[in-house]
Design a protein around this ligand. Structure first.
Ligand code: 1S3
Length: 607
């Protein structure tokens, strides 16, 4: 840990500290930003980079390795100082690619002072925190530890270092107003990955984008009971040296809802791993598609067998925000696609997966049972296969008249009966379930599916599988992790209405899977800016800015139909093209935006 040493010509060292509630604490997309960016940050900053996050023992036990010896560097001394104040400060490595150093604050060690801290926030900055959600109390305690830590660092025994503190989201930013007021010698960058009000308003007010300039932030914040969060977000935006967000789409929101036009846009990237041989990603697609086939056979073939060689797998995924994530539009478009495929007598089947998280009791036992019985059929077939193979070999080897033996004679009555009985118990007339789990209650997806009669009817060309839980490798239905599931699918569908960036389409591109996004998502908007012929590269963008819901649904259904009509050869070529643009989104290319924000913050604090 040598961050405090000035270089030979006595230049100050620049030190970057990245701070987020999702550092070593996976909640959503911000964790992906921070975690995937680490290797690129470490490459540039080396030992002069570390992160700060909250301490949660359970996550820490999996992702954190403590460093026990503290030296007398400025970081070591600062940690010691906070510990001597009785605060829980954990220092070590974050066990992710790049293995950066990380400081985790146990905010519970300060939690008994939370009411005092809240009174202080009101007195000094007019942040009203009465009757707030529990998360606000936790972030205030966390923020106070950040304030103490940075204030101590800023003293920097002799000013040998220049510090930049990069805060992500309001949850990490309660310290910014105090740091500014106290003149702490640290340059600050604040990145918001959405706006609190934007998220609420977009989900509740029709024509949100057209009305953006009309909202009174305080009235709206009070109305939704999020005044504390919004005030913290606004103050962080206005008082940091540099304020940024992830897309132009969200920049407009910041202007009207946070009262601040962002200084810079920092688009999100991924850590892209490409294969040296092109065919490798195609092989992986086939392998994982086979596993999805297994699920589909278990789920549908009980009553509705169809030709898997003529079946396409589409999916959408993300947090359950029914209209913000465009699930409503996707369902409407699927219903139209179903009608169009029937009309045109297209002899293909589309299975559409909805992967999200909703409260449920358990996986539906009927779904599990069907899968288990199908596995039993497979086992029986295997036994028969072995028996026939062995007997055929013997009969062939011992034949004297060159006549091929009759295979029918090789299967024991026992196995014939067993196979017939198992098939009999399996086959049913009932429609395959739409939802794989027992939901606690019907939701927007189920209501829409029923209304549109997308109920997996025998003549439907579009079948629906609603999986109200995220896909993880321990899941008994797919036996795939999320990345593998994505690779096995043919198309990702994400026509969001509210999406500051949106990693889901990018995750498709990284795996060579074509995708559909919208021009209201940060990613779609960025794609349209940087690549004129994006459709050639397997990315389609639904126009939701100027089209109404029905026009956008029609456009989306046409996009889906066009995809359905592609030949297998065209799909293979397209997958190669998609995969070839993935490098554009590697952090090694996108870190430069972050670099600019840090340079600007340093310049601004010392004009
Ligand atoms: C936010 O997470 P979300 O899904 O709540 O930040 C992500 C990372 O910048 C972004 O991709 C997403 O659109 C935002 O909404």
């Amino acid at each position: 840990m040598e961050i405090q040493n000035p270089t030979k010509n006595n230049q100050k060292q620049k030190i970057l500290i990245e701070i987020a509630w999702e550092t070593c604490n996976q909640v959503g997309g911000i964790y992906t930003v921070i975690r995937t960016k680490v290797p690129s940050m470490v490459e540039k900053w080396g030992n002069n980079y570390f992160l700060i996050g909250p301490y949660f023992p359970q996550t820490a036990s999996a992702e954190f390795e403590p460093i026990h010896d503290l030296d007398d560097s400025v970081l070591g001394k600062t940690i010691q100082k906070l510990r001597s104040m009785g605060l829980g400060v954990h220092y070590g490595y974050w066990l992710v690619t790049g293995k950066p150093r990380i400081v985790l604050f146990d905010f519970w060690s300060l939690y008994d002072k939370v009411n005092e801290l809240k009174a202080g926030l009101w007195e000094r900055h007019k942040i009203s925190t009465l009757n707030v959600e529990e998360i606000v109390n936790q972030t205030i305690a966390f923020g106070e530890m950040i304030r103490l830590f940075l204030t101590e660092l800023g003293k920097d025994q002799g000013g040998k270092n220049d510090f930049v503190a990069h805060f992500h989201e309001w949850m990490a930013a309660t310290a910014i107003p105090d740091l500014k007021q106290d003149g702490v010698k640290i340059s600050t960058v604040f990145t918001t990955h959405a706006t609190m009000l934007g998220r609420y308003l977009a989900g509740n007010v029709p024509d949100f984008y057209d009305k953006l300039h009309t909202f009174n932030w305080q009235n709206e914040a009070r109305h939704y009971g999020i005044e504390a969060q919004v005030t913290i977000e606004r103050l962080a935006a206005q008082l940091s040296n540099v304020m940024t967000t992830v897309s132009d789409v969200t920049a407009r929101e910041c202007e009207f809802l946070l009262g601040k036009v962002p200084d810079l846009i920092l688009p999100n990237g991924l850590n892209i791993t490409r294969f040296s041989a092109m065919h490798e990603h195609q092989n992986l697609h086939s392998r994982y598609k086979e596993q999805i086939n297994e699920f589909v056979m278990g789920h549908f073939f009980q009553s509705q067998p169809f030709n898997l060689d003529k079946t396409l797998y589409f999916f959408t995924s993300g947090r359950y925000e029914f209209s913000n994530k465009g699930y409503d539009l996707t369902l409407e478009a699927l219903s139209r696609l179903n009608a169009k495929m029937k009309d045109a007598k297209i002899d293909k089947t589309v299975v559409m997966f909805f992967i999200t998280k909703q409260p449920y009791h358990s996986i539906d036992p009927a779904v599990l049972h069907s899968r288990a019985v199908m596995d039993e059929i497979r086992q029986t077939c295997k036994s028969i296969e072995e028996q026939v193979g062995e007997k055929l070999f013997h009969a062939s080897a011992s034949t004297t008249d060159l006549q091929l033996p009759d295979l029918n004679n090789f299967v024991d009555e026992y196995w014939r009966l067993r196979l017939r009985r198992t098939i009999q118990t399996w086959k049913t007339n009932q429609r395959p379930k739409v939802v794989t789990h027992l939901l606690k209650q019907d939701d927007g997806i189920m209501d829409y599916v029923k209304k549109a009669n997308l109920m997996n009817n025998p003549d439907d060309r579009v079948k629906i599988v609603y999986h109200p839980d995220f896909v993880v490798s321990t899941n008994p239905l797919f036996g795939l992790d999320y990345g593998q599931f994505v690779r096995g699918c043919n198309l990702g569908v994400f026509p969001s209405y509210y999406e500051p960036w949106g990693y889901t389409p990018l995750e498709c591109i990284a795996r060579g899977v074509p995708t559909i996004t919208s021009d209201l998502s940060g990613f779609g908007d960025y794609m349209m800016q940087i690549m004129r012929d994006y459709e050639q590269w397997g990315v389609s963008v639904v126009n939701r800015k100027t089209q109404n819901f029905h026009q956008a649904a029609e456009q989306l259904s046409d996009m889906l139909l066009k995809f359905v009509k592609q030949t297998q050869r065209e799909r293979i070529t397209q997958r190669n093209r998609v995969e070839s643009i993935s490098d554009t989104f590697d952090w090694s290319n996108l870190r430069a935006y972050y670099d600019t924000s840090h340079d600007l913050a340093l310049k601004r604090r010392k004009p």
